[in-house]
Design a protein around this ligand. Structure first.
Ligand SMILES: Cc1cc2nc3c(=O)[nH]c(=O)nc-3n(C[C@H](O)[C@H](O)[C@H](O)COP(=O)(O)O)c2cc1C
Length: 392
């Protein structure tokens, strides 16, 4: 059976793909993707809070043909589903970032590369002609923030995403229990975990030897990935302020997005500081446990901005109906974190392509059943009702 056929049969939903990823990956690596901070309350609520709202369909509106495309920063995207930045995608599948970006390009959407990619931002740019954004942080060494920004500009990245919610690294307890380190250490318990997953181990055997954070490695000061990983937390500056946003703004020519915004006042500030887009996000519940679920924070951010800036949302998107609800609440588009990594882990480029088409097909179905012809109508049609239990 061909890979696409197998994916259609066994990976019929994002949750089914998650189960397939669990079968293929060593437990510490699966948990690194899957897990969240502390008791994982925010992670769970990201997913469950979509149930705070229900759809009131209007099937007589005549929606025989549906158009999922959107305009974002002057570019036409085939659907409102983008791929968000996730570090170390190259640990889950050989050349993980590059094949994910290729799947995004095939689908006609944006791929956002993480600061913590295994490949360098330049090597992705060399192989990927599609729409790509670059994600950065504010470093204690502001020179390095400027350097990454300049490299992204020089390599033709069209958008820059400044992530705000990761300046201190969240307490991820599954990683503590699994003794998960980056890169994976080859102690007896890790060897046992890896040996159980032969397909992954065989595919990754060469990559593992040289696994690193590509963007941080400098020719003049070669550091091992282990040294870099140890330093990573201490490189970022929790003392950053709006002045840092101003500095990035003045350097970067092109759309600048802030990722990790939950407070409506920060959205208003962002607009004052010349930011072009907001990503409502809590880092997939991996950082501040107890932070608001993304979709719960969305309406206030949308209202604060009054339609002046595009608002993207990530966190807990697992179904087309989740996307529909996010758009009905005012999001311009959504970004995928874990779902694309589960697809990637199962089947590389074909797996990421499958996730994108699966969620698009689900969204298309929800639109058809709701009587909606295009993305703009999702918001305008007023088809969402807040459930009473959630409102109380
Ligand atoms: C394994 C993993 C690595 C991540 N690495 C980054 C990163 O390097 N930069 C970043 O801004 N967000 C990172 N994120 C957060 C995602 O961009 C996104 O906010 C989150 O995964 C969305 O939630 P979801 O996984 O429920 O879709 C990471 C998420 C995961 C699961």
């Amino acid at each position: 059976m061909s890979t696409p056929d197998r994916l259609r049969r066994d990976g019929f939903s994002v949750e089914a793909l998650r189960r397939l990823a669990r079968e293929r990956l060593p437990k510490p690596i699966f948990d690194f993707i899957d897990g969240g901070a502390e008791g994982e309350d925010t992670l769970r609520e990201n997913e469950s809070s979509f149930q705070d709202w229900s759809i009131l369909p209007r099937p007589l509106n005549g929606a025989a043909a549906r158009d999922l495309s959107i305009d974002l920063f002057g570019q036409r995207l085939s659907s409102p589903i983008l791929i968000g930045p996730t570090g170390l995608a190259g640990l889950f599948w050989p050349r993980g970032e590059i094949v994910s970006a290729q799947a995004a390009q095939q689908h006609g959407t944006v791929y956002c590369l993480s600061h913590g990619s295994v490949c360098t931002l330049e090597s992705l740019a060399a192989e990927h002609g599609g729409q790509r954004w670059m994600q950065i942080f504010i470093y204690k060494d502001r020179g390095f923030t400027r350097e990454l920004t300049a490299r992204a500009q020089a390599s033709g990245y069209q958008g820059l995403v400044l992530t705000l919610d990761n300046q201190l690294i969240g307490k991820r307890e599954r990683d503590i229990v699994n003794r998960f380190t980056i890169p994976p250490r080859f102690g007896p318990s890790q060897m046992l975990a890896f040996a159980r997953k032969t397909a992954w181990w065989w595919a990754m055997r060469q990559e593992l030897a040289s696994l690193t954070f590509g963007n941080y490695v400098r020719a003049d000061t070669p550091e091992s990935a282990a040294q870099l990983a140890g330093k990573m937390g201490s490189l970022l500056d929790p003392g950053m302020t709006w002045q840092d946003v101003d500095a990035v703004r003045s350097q970067w020519r092109g759309p600048l997005l802030l990722k990790g915004v939950l407070h409506p006042q920060d959205a208003i500030e962002a607009q004052r500081h010349g930011v072009d887009g907001i990503i409502v996000s809590n880092h997939g519940g991996r950082q501040l446990n107890g932070a608001s679920a993304s979709v719960r924070a969305l309406p206030a951010v949308v209202q604060a901005l009054g339609g002046q800036l595009p608002v993207l949302l990530d966190g807990g998107i697992r179904r087309g109906s989740d996307i529909f609800k996010a758009l009905a609440l005012g999001a311009t588009a959504v970004m995928l974190g874990r779902p694309h990594l589960w697809g990637l882990s199962v089947a590389g480029e074909a797996g990421v392509a499958h996730v994108l088409s699966l969620l698009s097909a689900e969204l298309d179905l929800v639109m058809g059943l709701s009587g909606v012809q295009d993305i703009a109508q999702i918001r305008a049609a007023g088809l969402l009702v807040r459930n009473e239990a959630a409102a109380n």
